[in-house]
Design a protein around this ligand. Structure first.
Ligand SMILES: NC(=O)c1ccc[n+]([C@@H]2O[C@H](COP(=O)([O-])OP(=O)(O)OC[C@H]3O[C@@H](n4cnc5c(N)ncnc54)[C@H](O)[C@@H]3O)[C@@H](O)[C@H]2O)c1
Length: 257
């Protein structure tokens, strides 16, 4: 009798219904992983499952990743499903752009909770599963705003800077079983990566592209490509590192003439 085929390895992607997370989900599905997508937007979660149905094994769940109980329940469900958990991507993120003098403590805390505390909750719940599975990899999605800022972005920049530090701390604590790396995107046009087909695409100007040393604004697939590599055995000697995907923008000096 032919033995039953092994269940595919499982991957968790937060904020995977739209934008960069969706591109990561698509990429990991095509690679043959069972992807568990956690997203707080119920309408987007309902829409994305049929849209990606042909690509592979997808489980799409509504989950606020800032909620400790919700994350624990979602990871328990993942643990109970067949297959080994070998990949986790902490991608969900929000931004509140407001003058710091108007930013409420509740708003500050919400951004920190969604962007930073969620990665701690996820790592804490998933590390034992990945270790028991013989090893795995986690990727956090920070931002070039961890290193540079526009006005009125204090909570976002602080959360992303915290994510960088959390990444190297986790890499040191969880290695060698679990490698942990961070991808920091620059400007990625996510307007073509929505679940609503009627959502308007962002009208990018020639100057938006031309100001990038790489000659264009980024696409979600640019990030997904790197995340795929960081989750694979091909990056087995890489952990605790940050990878900037910004078309060179953080290397460009912008002093006025
Ligand atoms: N797009 C960019 O230019 C850019 C640049 C740098 C960093 N980033 C980072 O990349 C990540 C993805 O950004 P994006 O542009 O694709 O955003 P997006 O808004 O297009 O998608 C984010 C997804 O996360 C989900 N989400 C938000 N809060 C959540 C929560 N509490 N729990 C679960 N899901 C939640 C949303 O529903 C949405 O589906 C974020 O962490 C963002 O900070 C984006």
């Amino acid at each position: 009798m032919t033995p039953a085929p092994a269940a595919p390895p499982k991957a968790i992607v937060t904020g995977g219904a739209q934008g960069i997370g969706r591109a990561i989900v698509e990429r990991l599905l095509v690679e043959g992983r069972h992807v568990v997508l956690l997203d707080a937007d119920a309408a987007a979660v309902a829409a994305v499952a049929p849209q990606l149905a042909g690509l592979g094994t997808l489980t799409a769940r509504v989950c606020d990743v800032a909620d400790e109980t919700a994350v624990a329940a979602a990871v328990a469900e993942v643990a109970a499903a067949p297959g080994a958990l070998t990949a986790v991507v902490a991608n969900a993120g929000i931004m509140i752009r407001k003058p710091v003098t108007d930013l409420s403590l509740a708003e500050w805390r919400r951004v920190i909770d969604v962007n930073l505390t969620s990665a701690f909750l996820l790592a804490r719940a998933c590390a034992p599963l990945m270790t028991a599975a013989g090893g795995g990899a986690m990727v956090t999605i920070a931002s070039t705003r961890a290193h540079m800022s526009e006005p009125d972005t204090e909570s976002y920049s602080a959360s992303k800077g915290g994510l960088l530090a959390l990444t190297h701390a986790l890499a040191v604590s969880l290695g060698p079983a679990v490698r942990v790396n961070c991808v920091s995107p620059g400007w990625i046009d996510v307007s073509r990566s929505r679940t609503d087909p009627a959502a308007p695409a962002e009208a990018l100007r020639p100057v938006d592209h031309a100001q990038h040393p790489a000659g264009r604004v980024g696409r979600p697939e640019d990030v997904a490509e790197l995340v795929s590599w960081l989750l694979s055995d091909r990056s087995g000697f890489v952990t605790g590192s940050e990878f900037i995907v910004d078309g060179g923008m953080t290397r460009r000096m912008i002093y006025a003439d």
